[in-house]
Ligand binder design. Structure first.
Ligand code: ZN
Length: 378
């Protein structure tokens, strides 16, 4: 690995390199961008540059960066520090995440569910660690994952370290939204924006890592979570393809169900998917998991209608396999082209309503009743 392997994040790399070449290298950064676009990878590589014994001008940047990269620094890749970054075992690189509470010195803290990034985790794993000398001598880097979940107390505790860290100490806050952070936190850190990745890049990446998976599954993953390698990978790992097929079958055979039966089927699928989400083991609350599993199903459901719209408007290449194609034809005989935008709006409104703590079963009943009403050829 090297900084040059970070792809399609030109703005982020330009900002990092420009800030570095200015008089005073920032000690704190906010890496802001969607999940799964490489924020942590970039954080580790940038930490590698700051901890490297002999950072060098990189002559072999990828073609997409060559115009910008004349004086960019990269880690040397050969020193002890670089070896340890590569093997993900650098003692001065600290990845801080909310579940670290399980390793906290106090039993009370260990017992808690890690729903947020608590002040206890920040005190023990950032502030106390930053006060110690680096193991290899050059400095320390703290990368805080899901910084949007830092409590106000945790952010206030962190302010002094953000403002005046010990020499050679750097902090990188990783977040999906800097707006979720206090203004006092944001004003002390250098913003680095990361954007979505191009779909062909995501599909290439998936093909390399899942050579056994049928191509239609990779395309579904890349379309369902556009621009995010991490999220598309999660779609594959969760086996959402099976849910996609089951939903397609349900829509194709809607005449066999009454609307409330269909809603009940959706609820069962959401419960099954919820169990898989629980196995991801990141201590979300039960209501969060139920909201996420239902949300993913609604996204899959809407996906069928988007495909239908594409197919009916002539973009047939969107349908990547026979199974989808057959179900899609049946669905197309139930909902006609002119009804589909309204159907998609209905599903989208249902997704949005989940942000307001609605009763999910009632929401699903209502959704399926509306979809059936919008299906004149059922
Ligand atoms: Zn090095």
């Amino acid at each position: 690995m090297s900084l040059a392997t970070i792809r399609h994040q030109l703005t982020a790399l330009q900002r990092l390199q420009r800030a570095r070449s200015a008089q005073r290298i920032p000690h704190a950064y906010i890496f802001e961008g969607p999940d799964g676009v490489g924020r942590e990878l970039l954080a580790r590589e940038w930490a590698g540059v700051m901890l490297c014994n002999q950072p060098q001008r990189e002559p072999h940047w990828h073609a997409e960066y060559q115009d910008s990269a004349a004086d960019w620094l990269n880690r040397c890749g050969r020193c002890r520090s670089c070896e340890l970054i590569t093997s993900q075992a650098h003692p001065d690189y600290h990845l801080v995440y909310r579940q670290l509470n399980q390793f906290h010195a106090e039993a009370e803290v260990r017992k808690r569910k890690a729903l947020e990034m608590s002040v206890d985790v920040i005190r023990q794993f950032v502030i106390a660690e930053a006060a110690k000398k680096p193991m290899l001598g050059r400095g320390k880097v703290f990368v805080i994952r899901e910084a949007e979940l830092l409590t106000t107390e945790a952010q206030n505790a962190l302010l002094k370290t953000l403002e005046e860290p010990p020499p050679g100490t750097y902090l990188i806050l990783i977040t999906t939204s800097a707006r979720a952070l206090l203004p006092t936190t944001c004003s002390r850190a250098h913003p680095i924006p990361l954007g979505l990745l191009p779909e062909p890049f995501v599909i290439d990446h998936l093909q390399q890592h899942y050579p056994e998976s049928p191509v239609e599954q990779l395309h579904l993953a890349a379309r369902l979570q556009p621009g995010s390698v991490g999220q598309a990978t999660r779609v594959l790992e969760l086996g959402l393809w099976d849910y996609h097929l089951q939903l397609g079958q349900m829509l194709a055979e809607l005449s066999r169900y009454d609307a409330l039966e269909a809603a009940s089927h959706l609820e069962t699928l959401a419960a099954q998917l919820g169990k898989k989400l629980q196995q991801e083991n990141d201590e979300r609350s039960d209501s969060d998991i139920a909201r996420q599993s239902t949300g993913l199903l609604l996204t899959l459901l809407a996906g069928w209608f988007r495909d239908l719209l594409c197919q009916q408007s002539g973009a047939k290449e969107i349908v990547h396999n026979q199974l989808s194609g057959n179900a899609l034809s049946k669905i197309g005989s139930i909902w006609q082209c002119e009804q589909i935008p309204q159907v998609i709006r209905t599903i989208s409104a249902a997704e949005t309503s989940m942000d307001h703590n609605v009763n999910r079963r009632l929401m699903l009943d209502d959704l399926m009743i509306q979809l059936a009403r919008q299906a004149p050829h059922k």
